[in-house]
Ligand binder design. Structure first.
Ligand code: 5AD
Ligand code: SF4
Length: 479
């Protein structure tokens, strides 16, 4: 019966050529959708959009996998560990699917989305035939159609990992649910840089920038629904070159200036960037757009020129340092963050020492570091001079010690400062609220639930490794 109603409903939606949903439809078809998201912020954004796409079919998000009618694993392929996690989760889901079918006579739909789906679609259906749908990052707007094609009586599994002609973003409905005070907004996707270790150019495809008008429209809708801070997303977000609607192209810096004109949008951030795409307009924006927060995630991966070359990063450490110098000239308090890979093939003790020296020179407020993980299909995976696992572990430990010390020093240095905090949610303890400082520090303070969505003035009173304790000084009315 349910399946029959689904088919009818999908047909009705198609006939209407839209996603407008009648209240009676909603009541009839409320089903539970559980999405588990792995990996980067881009996946977090995509998961929200998958929920938007499925809402007209009556799927409402749930936090409980047990009662879900549909489970989507939105996966990450960046390192081996991330991919393997998906297969172990699929093992658990098989048991749940069987139990639900036996005990409740219910059919739970399982979908695998994201970069593992893109890279290993066939392998997923071979190793986990209980998966109903495999859908890539560029085709999830087709989920309603794919769901309608499920036929439990057939052994055929649906795989859609195209890089389609149609632009995914044009086929997505408007945001269905408010995204909260701090939201992600995807402006760019894919990458043409082809770093030798990275799967992104293969799983996400080549660079694409959304037209500026579409970004601004989405931003306005989010702000109207209560969002105060937007993080602009892209695998290579500062390579943004979006159609400006009058025959020209806007850079990210220009886009940020236009976003800053939106009333009620108090904060703008962007991630992730490549040093070569930090153009003058973007750097200038850090100095003259007050809404652009003084924090930048700018990965370098290694401090050794030799390794940077082997990685095909196309920049040297001097180029990276010059960008940071320019940023600090226009915005002296900017908090720097980065990504590092240790144990890239051929990395010597000296190369690694160069990384430690670069880290000492920059002084990071936070950073992410990883052991090199050979990814099938990427150039570095076939290089013979792989670094032994034990050496990678030792190097990771000493790098993380240094980065942790820098993070704590950064936090300590902000003790006593008065900063604006955007209140995002209740904190971990009773009476506590949590938000972020302009420098991306998590700040916990005693406050009230009705402060969520407000920007409050906080005195940072005590530094921790990964957060700050704060005290509200007064409320600042967010306009
Ligand atoms: N091994 C380890 N880390 C990787 N990253 C990307 N590919 C790999 C890999 N093969 C890291 C980079 C990148 C971050 C998102 O993940 O540091 O910036
Ligand atoms: Fe991967 Fe970033 Fe390099 Fe692109 S620039 S290949 S996303 S690490």
């Amino acid at each position: 019966m349910r399946l029959f109603l689904d088919h009818l409903y999908v047909k009705a939606v198609k006939e209407r050529h839209g996603f407008a949903l009648l209240e009676c439809d909603k009541a009839l078809l409320t089903k539970k959708l559980y999405i588990k998201t792995y990996g980067c912020q881009m996946n977090v954004y995509d998961s929200d959009r998958m929920a938007d796409v499925l809402a007209p079919l009556g799927y409402a998000p749930t936090d409980m996998v047990d009662g879900a009618d549909m489970v989507i694993l939105n996966t990450c392929h960046i390192r081996e560990k991330a991919s393997e996690k998906v297969f172990s989760e699929l093992g658990r889901l098989r048991q749940l699917k069987e139990r639900v079918a036996d005990q409740q006579g219910r059919c739970m739909t399982i979908a695998v989305a994201g970069c593992v789906a893109q890279a290993e679609g066939e392998e997923i259906t071979r190793r986990a035939p209980w998966v109903d749908i495999v859908v890539g990052p560029q085709t999830y707007h087709r989920l309603p159609e794919l769901v309608s094609q499920i036929d439990p009586s057939s052994r055929n599994r649906i795989i859609d990992t195209d890089f389609p002609e149609e632009v995914k973003f044009d086929c997505l409905p408007g945001e269905h649910a408010p995204r909260g005070p701090a939201a992600f907004l995807s402006v760019q996707e894919g990458c043409d840089k082809f770093c030798a270790f990275c799967v992104v150019p293969y799983t996400r495809g080549s660079e694409f920038s959304r037209p500026a008008k579409k970004v601004l429209d989405e931003a306005r809708r989010l702000v109207a629904s209560g969002t105060r801070e937007l993080t602009l997303l892209g695998q290579n977000v500062n390579a943004y070159h979006g159609d400006n609607g009058s025959g020209g192209v806007w850079s990210l810096g220009r886009l940020i200036r236009a976003l800053a004109d939106i009333d009620g949008l108090e904060r703008i951030r962007y991630t992730t960037s490549h040093p070569l795409d930090m153009d003058d307009e973007l750097i200038a924006a850090h100095g003259n757009v007050p809404q652009l927060m003084p924090y930048l995630h700018l990965p370098i991966q290694s401090g050794s020129n030799h390794i940077l070359q082997e990685m095909n990063r196309r920049h040297t450490r001097d180029i990276y340092m010059a960008v940071i110098d320019k940023l600090r000239t226009v915005r002296p308090d900017i908090a720097m963050s980065g990504d590092f890979i240790v144990g890239f093939p051929g990395e010597s003790d000296q190369d690694f020492a160069d990384t430690l020296a670069l880290v000492s020179k920059v002084g990071y407020a936070s950073a992410y570091s990883f052991k090199y993980s050979p990814r099938p299909g990427t150039p570095a995976a076939n290089v013979e001079k792989q670094v032994p696992e034990s050496v990678k572990s030792e190097r990771l430990e000493s790098l993380q010690q240094l980065l942790n010390a820098q993070q704590f020093a950064f936090n300590k240095n902000t003790e006593g400062k008065l900063v604006d905090v955007l209140v995002e949610r209740a904190g971990g303890r009773v009476g506590q609220m949590a938000g972020r400082s302009p420098y991306m520090q998590a700040v916990n303070f005693i406050g009230e639930a009705d402060q969520i969505g407000q920007i409050v003035s906080c005195r940072l009173s005590a530094a921790r490794q990964n957060s700050m304790k704060g005290e509200i000084i007064n409320m600042k009315v967010a306009v």
